[in-house]
Design a protein around this ligand. Structure first.
Ligand code: FES
Ligand code: FES
Length: 161
């Protein structure tokens, strides 16, 4: 058997200890060891963004990092965004704007969009398109995805919200 290591990750606010071979990606740790299959595997080499999660609040491609490198880190997946029955505003906006078709890219799009807004760099539609360009949608739902992200960006920018 290959050597394994104990890896502790805080996943969606719950501490998890896993015994993992050193080459297990964060994506596989989430999907295969923790059963969190909301995070999708598209290309498995950093080209599609389907595997995007938040690590300490920053979006990353979970297929490109080893679980062992994330020791002690705070991981948020699509399963961790809602608060009980209350969806995250970005999830709500994707529904409102019909921002998906098959849904395969959607968890990654939503996690990426949440990360994008906390980065605070996007000021307009052009910026959203540019800064979401790591998330590919085979169905071409881009127009509605951008509209959903823009909607939440405006809600956040509006002091009434
Ligand atoms: Fe990670 Fe495609 S599965 S970028
Ligand atoms: Fe099908 Fe984006 S909704 S890949």
């Amino acid at each position: 058997l290959p050597p394994t290591h104990t890896v502790t990750l805080k996943v969606n606010n719950t501490e998890k200890q896993l015994q993992l071979a050193p080459w297990v990606s964060l994506l596989d740790a989430l999907r295969e060891y923790l059963g969190l299959t909301g995070t999708k595997k598209g290309c498995d080499h950093g080209q599609c963004g389907a595997c995007t999660v938040l690590v300490n609040g920053r979006r990353i491609n979970s297929c490109l990092t080893l679980a062992i490198m994330e020791e002690g880190n705070d991981i948020t997946t699509i399963e961790g965004l809602a608060k009980g029955d209350a969806l995250h505003p970005m999830q709500e906006a994707f529904i409102q704007h019909d921002a998906y078709q098959c849904g395969y890219c959607t968890p990654g799009q939503i996690c990426s969009a949440v990360g994008l807004l906390s980065e605070g760099k996007a000021k307009n539609e052009h910026d959203i398109k540019e800064l979401m360009s790591g998330n590919i949608c085979r169905c071409g739902a881009y127009t509605n995805i951008v509209a959903a992200v823009q909607d939440v960006m405006q809600q956040k920018g509006d002091p009434a919200n």
